[in-house]
Write a protein that binds this ligand. Sequence first.
Ligand code: FES
Ligand code: FE2
Length: 456
Amino acid sequence: MSAVPEWKTIQLPYRLERRIFADDEVLRRELELVFKPSWLFVAFSSELPDAGDYVVRRMGRDSVIVTRDEHGSVVVLLNSCNHRGTQLCRATFGNSAHFRCSYHGWTYSNDGRLVGVPHLRTAYPTGFDKSLYHLRRARVTDYRGFVFATWAEDGPSLEDHLGPFRWYLDALLDFGGGEWEVYGPPQRSVTKGNWKVPTDNFAGDGYHMGTTHQAAFEQGIYGDSLASGTLGRKELELIGINMGTDQGHSLRAGYVVEKGERTVNADISEPVYLGYPEQNWPAFTAAQTPEQVRFNSRCEVLHGAVFPNAAYLSVSHDKAIGREDDPLTKYTVWRTHTPIDAHHTECHYWTLVPKAMPEEWKQRSYRFQARSQSAGGMLFEMDDFENFARIDSAVSGPVADGEPLDLTLGLGLGEPVPDFPGPGTAEYCTLSEHNQRAFYRRWGELMGYDGLMGAA
Ligand code: FES
Ligand SMILES: [Fe+2]
């Protein structure tokens, strides 16, 4: 590994340089200092039900095979032959006990051992040691079906990496009866734009909704969760809560409250789970702790980023595009934003549904997700991708780079949420870049970008 060169920064608190979204040298440094040592989400274990099942994903720029070996363990292998570097497995998914290189035929077992070298006895020096050429294996942890991997053999555990954010992941997964499934195969798309742009957007950007997605709201295609069911008989408003952790993870939640109310479900005698049929609510409540009930009740939207490049969104609305009669429905999507280069990002999307829900509801939830936030999404994804591409078009010039970008939205305006049921410092502030500041602060720490941010 060559030494990572130093690079100069403008050290203005709450400002970013444009070139962090466009510079190849910044990306090279990110791959070394952010992606290589971090825990990265690679797959759901449910994508690999049987021995030999595999999917091909990327950890930063490195192609990896995520597979279940013959002993039933999920392993993550560097997908590059140790002879000349050829990508070993080119299929996106499949089942195989071995991976045979297409160039000269070196063959690896699905636990990464080099087991076959053509003409080994006749054409190689005696004593050739195959064990020196096993595939590099990443360290793997499966957390409740979420498979994370890292190249840092002695780095922190996944639990330490998640820190307080684990409470929120559990709150999401304990909901709905406690068991979730990935519905349908993952979707994939490529967007013009740096990987940090969609991640920043998912971390906490409520600010863009009225502008970027204006058409969706004006045309009523998005529906209205406030007007639904019993909630519609009250005077209601949606309030935003932001929570960013030291590890760079974030959560932004929108709660339906009575006008002027500033507590998060102090009374949970009648929890409301927006987007799920009422007959399921008692079972959902029974499977959660009281704190989780307070957290999930009346939550209309929940989204955030899991540092460095995973994100999630859980949102309820009615009227999926073209279906006026669709009732209020929740969809939950897990995503990753992986750099292809400094200007292009590969996005993966997995739709998650509670196992306990009926098939008809799962299909509807999947349809809502696919029509708005997916590779073929007609609304939100295309609106957002257009802006991500426009950022890429305008940040590369030397003059543009000298003009700082602002990160002060909501700074000093958030009110503390003293009774918030989860850990971390949560604040009420519907429009805020609190979470983006947490993301870039952690990114800056790993990048050696000291002095970028002041205290939020
Ligand atoms: S590059 Fe794989 S066998 Fe030669
Ligand atoms: Fe958006």
